[in-house]
Ligand binder design. Structure first.
Ligand code: NAP
Length: 269
């Protein structure tokens, strides 16, 4: 984008708990950009009207739960990766057209490389969950040579629909089948957001050398990440992915790399 966007927003419902304004505003201040990143709580039936206003205001921003799929249908243009995932988490306006992109895919890839080493290869992945975030994970693995993904979800029909869209993915018959021989176990459901939640996968069921990545993040890391690490696994929560997808969004909006240290520092505070 050549000119600055009119405003930068996050669309979600609910949205008040989001960390994105904290670290995006730190990056905006660091870059001396005269904008404030604002969270907007938009109900599903208001989304189409909001999209038309954002287009008219030359806005840019992010989209979060529950709007990622429905916002994709409102965009005039989708990036190839947003079209592949079927969901948009980043948008901007280009010459009057609303453009949708997906930086969850790149954010996941970067977080995996940062957490476990950029040189690591993942021939087999077990993926727990079959929603929009899971689709971004499957799309990321599609870019890894020879990687196979076994998808398991409590809703088998949804897991089948996701796996059918990607030749390198298959719907697992059971959690045990999904986990068998998995080098990487990825969790993409909301389990762990609340302290009372069960662990998404019992740690004794994890393959011995599997690395564990939890898309969920809470203050002080999730119980699953703590338990997996205590059982000897390398494990990371979703905070690194959140910052990475946000940094990639910032690059799309402003054509410059944000100060990731400033973003991390704002979140740690
Ligand atoms: P989504 O589209 O609503 O999908 C949620 C998935 O989790 C579905 O497969 C759903 O199954 C399953 N699920 C929901 N509640 C469950 C429960 N109590 N037990 C077992 N499975 C359950 O949500 P999403 O956009 O994929 O996001 C999933 C989670 O990923 C979010 O809660 C968020 O914490 C995390 N996330 C993190 C990042 C990051 O940057 N770190 C980015 C995106 C998402 P059903 O179809 O049966 O409901």
């Amino acid at each position: 984008m050549s000119a600055l966007p009119g405003r930068v927003v996050l669309l979600g419902h609910p949205v008040s708990h989001s960390l994105s304004p904290t670290f995006q505003n730190a990056a905006l201040r660091r870059a001396s950009l005269p904008l404030t990143y604002e969270a907007m709580d938009i109900a599903p039936d208001e989304l189409a009207f909001a999209a038309s206003l954002l287009r008219a205001n030359n806005a840019a921003g992010n989209v979060t739960v529950p709007h990622k799929e429905s916002f994709a249908a409102l965009c005039d243009t989708l990036s190839p990766i947003a079209a592949r995932v079927g969901a948009v988490n980043t948008f901007w306006v280009d010459d009057g057209a609303l453009v949708g992109d997906n930086t969850d895919v790149g954010g996941f890839e970067q977080a995996i490389a940062q957490s476990f080493g950029a040189e690591r290869e993942w021939p087999t992945m077990a993926l727990i969950g079959a929603g929009g975030a899971a689709a971004a994970v499957v799309a990321a693995a599609e870019r890894w040579t020879g990687s196979r993904v076994a998808v398991w979800s409590r809703n088998r029909a949804r897991a089948e629909r996701l796996a059918e869209r990607f030749p390198h993915a298959q719907c697992a018959e059971s959690l045990e089948h999904a986990l068998a021989d998995a080098a990487l176990v990825v969790h993409a459901t909301p389990l762990g957001l609340r302290a009372a939640d069960a662990l998404p996968v019992p740690v004794q069921s994890l393959p011995v050398r599997a690395c564990v990545f939890d898309l969920v993040y809470v203050r002080g890391e999730t119980a699953w990440v703590h338990a997996a690490r205590a059982a000897g696994h390398q494990a990371a929560d979703g905070l690194g992915m959140l910052i990475a997808q946000g940094a990639l969004s910032f690059e799309r909006w402003f054509g410059q790399v944000p100060d990731r240290e400033a973003m991390w520092a704002a979140v740690r505070e």
